[in-house]
Design a protein around this ligand. Structure first.
Ligand SMILES: [Zn+2]
Ligand SMILES: [Zn+2]
Length: 287
């Protein structure tokens, strides 16, 4: 029972995790009743409007879309993943809020929901209980898992270390708010084309790149570490996700802020975390 009283880097005891996961009754039914799914569907439909002449992008619009992609990808990768899921560094309450708020514009729900599902993934990687277990099929692990009854609620029992922050709980209960702010922002900056490219096309690329971490980097690619799950390293996914594609490294060292190992494994999010550390915005970076 000594093991049960220890806590991992997330601050949640293994015993509490095991109890929460054991109490689950998996329901693999798809649901159409969830708002986040409709948000996901709407950005895909919105991205199709990119073929309209009215949405023809200028160089400025393309740069803007690249910017919305980059900032949100960083907040998902460094924020939702390395900070909220793994506590790989410490930061101020304001930066914590900004990571949650801007990450909440990525159409992948709230920081609390995202991190709680990701902690489930690490506890049961590639086994029963993994929310996006790859053996259930490629499409399942890529995106269908996002649309099941079972995976809709936030697993607050796995997020005790962050659930005491009312602003994070508020963002979780009002997931639509950052999205609404983002849509208005894109339209205000670039009009119709700004909305199509900045809010929709960039979101579709961002979401599928992140989803590929569950489908591709648990199925195809190279493995540096021979560990019990099937995680792999895939360069193109690592570039698109700002370093997350070094997924085999990550499963070997889940608490580390740096996922890429060596000069041949670029890790853009880590470079961002390093810069924020130099600026005094984050500290206690785990390496
Ligand atoms: Zn994984
Ligand atoms: Zn992780």
């Amino acid at each position: 029972m000594e093991h049960a009283s220890r806590r991992d880097e997330t601050g949640v005891s293994p015993a509490a995790c095991d109890a929460a996961l054991a109490a689950e009754t998996p329901q693999y039914r798809l649901t159409a009743k969830a708002g986040p799914l409709w948000a996901m569907l709407s950005v895909h439909l919105g991205a199709l409007l990119a073929f309209l002449p009215a949405a023809a992008p200028t160089r400025g619009i393309l740069l803007f879309a690249l910017g919305t992609f980059a900032v949100r990808t960083f907040c998902v990768s460094a924020g939702f993943h390395r900070y909220f899921s793994h506590r790989a560094f410490r930061t101020t309450r304001l930066v914590q809020f900004l990571l949650a708020f801007i990450g909440g514009m990525a159409v992948m729900r709230s920081a609390l929901w995202w991190a709680s599902q990701h902690r489930r993934h690490h506890k049961r990687a590639d086994q029963e209980g993994d929310p996006h277990a790859p053996w259930r099929g490629f499409l399942w692990s890529h995106c269908l898992w996002f649309a099941t009854v079972d995976n809709q609620p936030v697993r607050m029992e796995l997020m005790r270390d962050f659930s005491s922050y009312p602003e994070l709980v508020w963002l979780d209960r009002h997931e639509w708010f950052p999205l609404a702010v983002f849509v208005v922002f894109c339209y205000a900056v670039g009009g119709f084309a700004g909305w199509v490219w900045g809010a929709n096309v960039s979101s579709v690329v961002l979401c599928h790149a992140t989803f590929a971490l569950n489908s591709i980097t648990h199925r195809f690619g190279r493995r540096r570490y021979s560990i019990s799950d099937h995680s792999t390293n895939v360069l193109p996914i690592a570039l698109l996700t700002f370093g997350e594609g070094w997924h085999n490294n990550h499963h070997r060292w889940p608490g580390k802020a740096r996922l890429g190992e060596g000069a041949r494994e670029p890790d853009i999010s880590y470079w961002g975390i390093w810069l924020m550390e130099k600026l005094g915005l984050v500290w206690g970076v785990r390496r």
